[in-house]
Design a protein around this ligand. Structure first.
Ligand SMILES: C=C(O[C@H]1C=CC=C(C(=O)O)[C@@H]1O)C(=O)O
Length: 325
């Protein structure tokens, strides 16, 4: 089962049985690709909220050391060492926040479809999804587009999104440099495939309780280049770092968990467009608990307390929209 809503749209979609594969979820390390078969068709809010999803009961005591502000600060120190040693501009570090529902209210049950609708309503400019496949349940949504390709005029769009602050704070060099590293990387990739790249000015992207810096790119490309561009772009320094392989190794050795679909991407092919959405602000759901995946770009200027607060604020995107009834 798959439900999704495109950015700036009121229409919800699901898949009706057919052999086409219009939707695929690609993991951060690109080793796992989850294909969804079917034809894309609209579905009403009523039909969505009437459906119920039962998370698989991998609910025995889970032995996971809970990440704390102190344990995360140690990882940030390790990330800074790695940045310094390898002379990097940034490294994106993340944590898997454990949310136990039973702690919240033992009498009530989580409604994932109602949570999905509530989440969509709060993030109108985001691509939002909820899926259940082979007992796995994931929900997420964010506005970052890794790629959007117009099949008719061959225009390719992408964006550089990075830097995070609460809405009422002013940008500092730390966020500006962090986002610039992403912009420079994306530009270096796109210019290899197009001689005419248009770059917008950098603007604020509001995402619920926080804001990011965003620069848009537009370029005409040949359809044959599309897969190569996506393969080169992912993972951008918005979710990993540059050089990609070295940073992915560093991340693995510091984070100590599998990111799975977090910071991967979602490919959606419609009649006119092919979209690639970055899979952030997402969570995987089990019977009694969920893992909320949240991260942020670390530079030598990072303050561990602020980085922790940033991940806490980001986790609210999912956490605040869970409906128990
Ligand atoms: C890696 C995440 O955010 C990325 C996207 C926007 C801002 C980011 C930042 O400020 O670090 C990250 O690059 C996440 O939300 O888990």
């Amino acid at each position: 089962m798959l439900l999704f809503r495109l950015p700036d749209s009121q229409t919800f979609y699901t898949l009706e049985s057919s052999q086409d594969i219009p939707v695929s979820f690609v993991s951060f390390d690109t080793k796992t690709v989850l294909d969804f078969k079917g034809t894309i068709k609209p579905v009403s809010r009523q039909d969505i909220s009437g459906q119920s999803l039962a998370p698989k009961s991998k609910s025995q005591l889970i032995e996971i050391a809970k990440e704390t502000e102190d344990s995360y600060a140690l990882k940030i120190a390790q990330a800074k060492d790695f940045i310094e040693k390898n002379e990097l501009r940034k490294l994106v570090l993340s944590r898997r926040k454990l949310l136990m529902y039973l702690d919240a209210d033992p009498q009530k049950k989580l409604s994932l479809t109602k949570s999905f609708l509530k989440f969509c309503d709060s993030y109108p400019t985001a691509f939002c999804y909820l899926f259940e496949k082979n007992g796995e349940i994931w929900m997420g949504g964010f506005s970052e587009v890794l790629g959007k390709f117009d099949k008719k005029n061959h225009v390719f769009e992408t964006m550089s999104v990075a830097g995070t602050l609460p809405l009422d704070e002013n940008w500092t060099d730390k966020e500006v440099e962090e986002q610039k590293a992403v912009t420079d990387y994306i530009h270096s990739v796109i210019r290899k495939f197009s001689s005419n790249v248009k770059i917008s000015s950098t603007k604020d992207l509001i995402s619920g309780n926080i804001k990011h810096l965003k620069t848009d790119f537009l370029a005409e490309i040949s359809p044959e280049s599309l897969d190569k561009i996506i393969a080169e772009l992912h993972p951008t320094p918005a979710v990993c770092g540059f050089p990609k392989e070295l940073c992915a190794q560093g991340i693995k050795s510091i984070e100590h968990f599998n990111r799975e679909f977090y910071a991967g991407y979602i490919r959606i092919e419609t009649e006119d467009q092919i979209y690639y959405f970055v899979n952030l602000r997402c969570a995987s759901f089990f019977k009694n608990y969920a893992f909320l995946f949240v991260g942020g770009g670390i530079t030598l200027k990072s303050d561990p307390k602020k980085e922790w607060e940033e991940t806490e604020l980001k986790s609210l995107a999912i956490q605040q929209h869970l409906v128990f009834e």
